[in-house]
Write a protein that binds this ligand. Structure first.
Ligand code: GLN
Length: 447
């Protein structure tokens, strides 16, 4: 598959031919189930779009039955920015319902396969985007990351996935999961493409009140020759699988070989991240999902009166995982429990943020696992608690609002990709991309 950088040099005719070939390739590879449909806007370079990002006049459903029939009335800001830069939204990609999940198994449209093993998940929730890029049926894609949903599927599918600093990319037009954690980001074949797409979608936007209004760009200053101080986390890695530990060692040696200085640091026990994250995320999700009542959006299941219509619509429209989170979110916000759970989670969140800030006082980047192992088989994480625990390495970055990028490092004996992430301090995407490019070159991962 041609890279984004190469595609940006093609003429209109070449692009149109390319899109026709791409459609045929996708249609002959239906089992992958990465795409929900193949809509396309404009004549630019095709970029696959996760099904929770609004493209005007497209159906947008967040992988849910409750949003069947809903048509986006406007473009998300990232889509406007893409169109201005000569990119064209092409195809909606599959995802866990309302981005809640780590495997893409909870989608209304059925499972997506991992391009490296048809009996394994592509990761989630942006599994469709990751599988499309990993299988060579997308040049690049957009995903969203609330607790790892860009970086983890990228690692499972052998591609690059980047979550920007909270506030770098406008959330206007993104179907909200947990508003204080959500960020849209690029999923690409390599680090340079991720930097290109990040530059295009990031920047100021008055339509998102949490936008940082920063417009600095990384591509003009991209410099993999900078010598950085990079922290490794020897204790934190101990809970990961042998595959991940091996990749971690490999990445550490590669960073040394590239001339970076390695220092050892520690993060607190990741079990606190899980609790703080699942309380915060479900509390916000409960509030965000209250709007799906059958009156204003998508599917309606009529009842005898208004209340019954609400109940019927929500009972039929939401899947099990979404319902579980609505219950949990309401519980942690209810009077009597609010102080014990929600307030405590916010305090923990501050401690996590401070802990990272302390590390970044004298290091440039942190090297961390992104998932405990390689892509699991379908059904392996069917117990919700197992699935939540599989997020141990990804969610603290969202709680702290930091930028992070996951890239392929190794393959295990079965040929399954193993990725790791680099984490930078807030708004230091430049160092994140510089370091990632340096690591990518030194590792020389082959697909
Ligand atoms: N797996 C996490 C969750 O289910 C993260 C999902 C995401 O980043 N959207 O909440």
């Amino acid at each position: 598959m041609i890279t984004l950088k190469e595609a940006l040099t093609l003429s209109k005719d070449e692009l149109n031919n390319f899109k026709e070939e791409l459609k045929t390739k996708i249609e002959t590879n239906q089992d992958l189930n990465a795409y929900i449909d193949l809509n396309s806007v404009g004549e630019g370079v095709p970029i696959a779009i996760k099904d929770n990002i609004q493209v005007k006049d497209w159906s947008v459903t967040s992988g849910s039955s409750i949003l069947q029939g809903y048509i986006a009335p406007y473009n998300a800001t990232v889509i406007e920015k893409m169109l201005q830069a000569g990119l064209s939204p092409f195809g909606r990609t599959n995802m866990d319902e309302f981005a809640m999940g780590s495997t893409t198994e909870s989608s209304f449209y059925g499972k997506t396969q991992n391009p490296h093993a048809s009996d394994r998940v592509p990761g989630g929730s942006s599994g469709g985007s990751a599988a499309a890029v990993g299988a060579g049926v997308a040049i690049a894609a957009l995903g969203s990351d609330t607790g790892g949903s860009i970086r983890q599927p990228a690692a499972f599918c052998g591609i690059v996935g980047m979550k920007p600093t909270y506030g770098r990319v406008s959330r206007y037009g993104l179907g909200a999961y947990a508003s204080s954690l959500d960020q849209i980001g690029p999923m690409t074949q390599n680090v340079e493409d991720a930097a290109i797409l990040y530059d295009i979608i990031s920047g100021s936007d008055d339509k998102d009140s949490t936008n940082a209004q920063k417009d600095d760009k990384v591509v003009p200053n991209l410099d993999p020759s900078r010598k950085l101080t990079i922290a490794v986390l020897p204790k934190y890695v101990q809970n990961a699988s042998e595959d991940v530990k091996k990749a971690y060692e490999k990445a550490m040696q590669a960073l040394k070989a590239a001339g970076h200085t390695i220092v050892e640091r520690e993060l607190m026990d990741a079990k606190f991240d899980i609790s703080a994250y699942y309380i915060t995320a479900t509390a916000e999700a409960t509030t965000n999902l209250a709007r799906y009542d059958g009156i204003r959006y998508g599917n309606r299941v009529e009842g005898k009166n208004l209340e019954e219509t609400f109940i019927n619509t929500r009972s039929e429209g939401f899947g099990d995982e979404v319902k579980r989170r609505i219950l949990l979110g309401n519980f942690v916000l209810s009077s009597g429990y609010y102080e014990a759970y929600y307030v405590k989670a916010q305090k923990t969140r501050h401690i996590i943020k401070d802990e990272y800030a302390k590390i970044f006082e004298n290091v440039d980047l942190i090297l961390s696992p992104i998932a405990p192992g390689v892509a699991p088989k379908f059904g392996e994480l069917s117990n919700p608690m197992d699935m939540y625990l599989s997020d141990i390495y990804s969610i603290s970055v969202n709680l702290a609002g930091l930028p992070a990028l996951s890239l392929p490092i190794d393959k295990n004996e079965q040929g399954l990709p193993v990725g790791l992430q680099l984490i930078a301090s807030a708004y230091d995407e430049q160092t994140l991309f510089d370091g990632a490019l340096s690591l990518e070159r030194e590792i020389n991962y082959t697909k």
